[in-house]
Design a protein around this ligand. Structure first.
Ligand SMILES: Nc1ncnc2c1ncn2[C@@H]1O[C@H](COP(=O)(O)OP(=O)(O)OP(=O)(O)O)[C@@H](O)[C@H]1O
Ligand SMILES: Nc1nc2c(c(=O)[nH]1)N=C(CO)CN2
Length: 596
């Protein structure tokens, strides 16, 4: 940076992050990884003076434009070196009006190093004059301007926080790799080995897991919370596990600079811990037993798990069961936990499976009823098609029972570049989201309705079927058309005093949508049903509490007949098949699923 800008007005943006495909290794070009840029933009002669007076963006440099330029370069044409990336960012920012100089630091925190490290970055400083002096034909960033003082033009590569790095492990990698567009003298500071690598290098797998070759997909995993080891930070997991990373032959490194590392089998990237805490989204749900205590226990366990930091817990949603086999199920309670983690993806999966086991989950069939389901929805920077751990979760983007609470917790969340909030509204089961409870973790007064099935009002005049036993009787709320479910705004969430009948009215309006959902049971039976308070799960947490039973609606008219419904996806009430009494809600919530 030129010293004449030292006191200049400036705009500073830090941590501008995007996924890029820069690097010398083939998998970096195919899988991509996180790049972050810090940019200090020095303003021209008048600095911010004019804008400060006019208060008009027309007289300012819009930081939105700066961010767009930077992210555009990161997401744009892949380059091999951080130096090149920094130069291109510098060029793009300098091209903005009123920018006189710029300082750029590019971070690559997931660089494929085979040692523990926090970050690697390249910093450059450029001013508009020196940029203009650059050879027009040259690739941006390819050639440092001759007129620029070396001290200013030379990229500074800063491997950070690497106290344990063995000298032999520090290799000129990106810098030393033959790059035709980079002048030989440019990157003189050795960069940590941005090379080797998944294929021939020695990334540090997560400590509790077996060595990479011994950690096949689906291999044994620790069944409970996992504490990260001090030294377990390793190369980033931004690699699809299905592809075998190629040997680094494509990234030639000077012979003498290569540490003698014996060839090793590829590492399963899902066993690798992130170098910086990775964003994590976990979905929790259950429809059997004491679901609320189970969910609370799961959240508390996550909070207490070393290597996981829970940042947000979404509202609790009551949702119609989404099933693939047409077999009816009680409604679910669902929530989503946002966290950061220093655990590897497989370690997080092990934690999730530990939560399920602790909740007494027994797998009956795929997507069957369960005391607790804990799925990893996204793990920052990791995509995987491994059936043992598919990331992002392959069905999450179509599941309102995940998307709705997730969007409540993070309105700007994205999955696969799509807005979670937008997906939530169009998800097929959107109308099956009956309500949300905001304070479900702490409230002594849970919404009146626990899980339990809900029957949509029959559409056609129901034919009498069989006399309905009072215990088994389930009563349609109304045979009249009902209002569609209101968008799940937090304000609309029922309070602890919510009227069960009110919630019961929240049924799908569309017959087709109703047909996609489970046959449902009225939440507010006309006659009181024997209600057992929910017994805590065996592993119930200290604050486990019985769920408030629904109150019968005394104003409810007697039903003319038991509702008919189809278990095979026909519209509720339109099926001529045998009517079966679904389990009353208290069967589900209070008896730990024994009657299912
Ligand atoms: N992202 C993921 N999160 C959790 N489990 C996953 C994930 N990807 C794959 N799996 C695997 O899925 C297997 C089945 O999980 P589970 O029994 O919870 O499925 P399910 O709940 O019936 O269906 P769904 O996955 O549609 O929610 C697990 O053994 C696990 O290894
Ligand atoms: N509403 C709802 N439906 C489901 C759920 C769930 O959590 N909520 N989980 C499933 C399998 O994981 C299948 N169906």
């Amino acid at each position: 940076m030129s010293t004449n800008h030292a006191n200049a007005d400036r705009i500073v943006l830090t941590g501008l992050s995007a996924r890029g495909y820069h690097g010398l290794l083939p998998f970096e070009r195919t899988e991509g990884q996180l790049f972050t840029a810090d940019v200090t933009v020095f303003l021209g002669e008048r600095g911010t003076a004019v804008a400060a007076v006019t208060d008009s963006l027309d007289d300012a440099v819009n930081y939105v434009d700066i961010a767009r330029e930077v992210v555009g370069v990161i997401e744009g044409e892949p380059v091999g070196l951080l130096e090149t990336l920094a130069e291109r960012i510098s060029d793009a920012v300098l091209a903005l009006p009123r920018v006189s100089a710029v300082e750029v630091t590019v971070h690559k925190p997931q660089a494929p190093l085979d040692v523990a490290f926090d970050d690697v970055s390249v910093s450059i400083a450029r001013d508009a004059d020196s940029a203009a002096e650059m050879t027009p034909a040259a690739e941006p960033g390819a050639v440092a301007p001759a007129a620029e003082p070396v001290a200013e033009s030379r990229p500074v590569v800063e491997p950070l926080a690497q106290p344990d790095v063995e000298p032999a492990a520090v290799q000129p990698a990106e810098a030393g790799a033959a790059q035709p567009t980079v002048p030989a003298e440019a990157p003189v500071v050795p960069e940590l080995p941005d090379v080797p690598d998944l294929a021939a290098g020695t990334p540090v797998p997560a400590a509790p897991l077996a060595a990479p070759p011994a950690a096949p997909a689906g291999g044994p995993l620790p069944a409970g919370p996992v504490a990260p080891s001090e030294s377990g930070v390793a190369q980033p997991p931004a690699v699809a596990p299905t592809g075998t990373p190629e040997a680094p032959a494509a990234a030639p490194v000077p012979e003498a600079a290569v540490a003698p590392v014996p060839p090793q089998p590829p590492v399963d990237p899902l066993t690798v811990r992130p170098q910086a805490p990775a964003q994590l989204v976990i979905a929790l749900g259950g429809n059997v037993g004491g679901v609320v205590p189970s969910l609370r226990t799961a959240v508390n366990t996550l909070r207490q798990t070393d290597g996981i930091t829970v940042t947000t817990v979404a509202p609790l949603a009551r949702t119609a069961a989404v099933v693939s086999d047409g077999v009816e199920q009680p409604d679910y309670l669902n929530t989503v936990v946002l966290a950061t983690t220093t655990l590897s993806p497989r370690e997080v999966l092990a934690v999730c499976q530990g939560l399920e086991a602790a909740a007494g989950r027994v797998r009956t069939r795929p997507q069957g009823p369960r005391t607790l389901d804990a799925d990893i929805i996204t793990y920052e920077g990791v995509t995987s098609t491994d059936p043992e751990l598919t990331l992002p979760h392959p069905r999450a983007a179509q599941r309102a029972f995940v998307l709705v609470p997730w969007a409540q917790a993070d309105p700007f969340a994205e999955i696969g570049d799509q807005s979670v909030a937008a997906l939530a509204e169009s998800a097929p089961d959107r109308d099956g989201v009956r309500w949300l409870a905001l304070d479900w973790l702490d409230s002594d007064h849970l919404p009146a309705l626990p899980t339990g099935q809900y029957v949509a009002p029959p559409e056609a005049e129901p034919e009498p079927v069989a006399p309905v036993e009072p215990e088994a009787a389930v009563v349609p709320e109304s045979a009249a058309p009902v209002e569609p479910v209101a968008p799940a705004e937090p304000e609309a969430a029922p309070s602890a005093d919510a009227d069960p009948a009110e919630a019961a009215r929240a049924v799908p309006a569309e017959p087709e949508q109703a047909a996609q959902q489970q046959p449902v049971v009225p939440a507010a039976p006309a006659q009181p049903v024997p209600v057992e308070p929910a017994r805590p799960e065996p592993i119930a947490p200290a604050q486990a509490e019985p769920v408030v039973p629904p109150q019968p609606d005394q104003n409810q008219p007697e039903p003319p007949a038991a509702p008919r419904f189809s278990g095979d996806g026909d519209a509720a009430g339109a099926d001529a098949g045998e009517w079966t009494a679904p389990p009353a809600w208290n069967d589900v919530i209070g008896r730990n699923g024994r009657d299912l």
